[in-house]
Design a binder for this molecule. Sequence first.
Ligand SMILES: [Zn+2]
Length: 206
Amino acid sequence: MTTDQTSREPAFRVCTNCGRLTPAERPDCAYCGTMSVEALAERQEAEREHRFLYALFMRSNPFVMIIIGVNAGVFLLEWMAGGMGGLSADPEVIRAFGAKDNALINQQHQYWRLVTAIFIHIGFLHFLLNNYALWIIGQEIERLYGSARFVVLYLLTGVVGSLASYTFNPNAQSAGASGAIFGCSASWRPSPFATAKNCRSGWRPT
Ligand SMILES: [Zn+2]
């Protein structure tokens, strides 16, 4: 049997505990079993990663459900006020509930519409699609950033969405959580592993 010994020179390291030479490819000492410094560091790193992912997974995310609950409650009221029709997209009802309406904002200074519009949906399909997206993306965002930051992000990006509609679509009444959901998706990193490396230092489970 010919083994190529020259290219596979066995490497040794000095054990930090017993001082004897032990094969370098083994994480522990062949004589006393003490782990090498590198192996210990590697294990600690793996444990930190595991703790981070566990905490991330276990972190609660109540505000996604609260926002979806508010959206559903408002939509139910809209639907009842609109005569329980199939589409539930009566412009009068939607205006009364607080949709974005440039004329009312300009003439009557109803700036609150930029906020209330976030919680109003025009028709059942609009309601369904937005809240489904919120359910999928929002849970991860809330776990990642924490509830307080999630709520602030949601409201701010929602208002930015209303302002965009105010500016670029001045003649249309508009409503919906789309702006907030776009805002959340923009801050979404699909892999928690990538995030673990990027934000571990500043991250605390709350
Ligand atoms: Zn040893």
